[in-house]
Write a protein that binds this ligand. Structure first.
Ligand code: ADE
Length: 245
């Protein structure tokens, strides 16, 4: 997959592409990341990318010409996505959808805003949450990261089968050695090697975690008969736990 990131601040991506799983994915050829700077497409001596807003007001606005020329320099076919707090809220299902594309372009706004006509260059707009950042660079990193880890060969498929949000539930709890730490024990079922029981425990605990931390996710969740039964058990167990506390 190719991810082109259109940014006035390519240095912000140094750590992102040079560390850990993303670095390895690039080295292995799972993904190619190109940083493209609209400033390289300016036509004036001072390489201006912004100007004062028509109608007055504070702040500067990104101008059309560098952005249009920059985006047109990137070969097609490509899916162009604008990072903006006005965009569609980013969810795991969007990460899955975009991970199937061959070539995406993430466009980062910066400063106070961009000329509205830049929107005509984009196929869709994405927001990473209802808050405003200084630019689209952190959203572009968050979105690329969530996509890249889903690409074949980046991490084992097993690792994202149980990801929080991948099936509508949060992930079950995880433990590693030692079996007892400061008096806190790992659940017995995980130590006995019975994979059927372990899977059942994981599925039920994923449901419990979601019920306790994000009950809103269960409103539209399609429960299997087994899960519906577990949920009733969990409600009783959690009530008992409350009384006990
Ligand atoms: N640019 C500034 N804030 C943003 C947000 N919340 N999501 C995407 N892009 C942004």
């Amino acid at each position: 997959m190719i991810i082109d990131i259109v940014t006035l601040f390519p240095n912000m991506f140094e750590g992102f592409i040079k560390e850990s799983i993303i670095k390895r994915a690039i080295e292995k050829g799972n993904v190619e990341i190109n940083l493209v700077n609209p400033r390289d497409f300016t036509l004036d001596k001072h390489r201006h990318v912004d100007d004062t807003p028509y109608g007055g007001g504070s702040g500067m606005v990104l101008t059309c010409q560098p952005m249009f020329d920059c985006l047109r320099s990137i070969p097609s076919p490509k899916r162009v996505i604008l990072m903006t707090p006005q965009g569609k809220p980013f969810k795991q299902e969007e990460a899955v959808r975009l991970s199937k594309e061959e070539h995406i372009v993430l466009v980062c706004g910066h400063y106070e805003g961009f000329d509205e006509r830049i929107r005509t260059l984009c196929d869709e707009e994405i927001s990473i949450g209802d808050y405003v950042l200084t630019g689209g660079e952190i959203p572009a990193m968050a979105i690329s990261d969530s996509i890249i880890r889903l690409l074949d060969g980046v991490i084992t498929t097993e690792s994202h089968l149980y990801d929080s949000h991948s099936n509508g539930l949060l992930e079950h709890p995880q433990y590693t050695k030692p079996a007892v730490y400061e008096g806190m024990s790992v659940p017995e079922v995980l130590l006995n090697g019975n994979h059927k029981l372990i899977n059942e425990w994981r599925n039920k605990e994923a449901l419990r975690t979601t019920y306790k931390k994000r009950p809103d996710l269960l409103v539209n969740y399609k429960f299997s008969p087994q899960e519906a039964k577990w949920l009733e058990e969990i409600k009783l167990e959690e009530k008992k736990e409350e009384v006990f506390e």
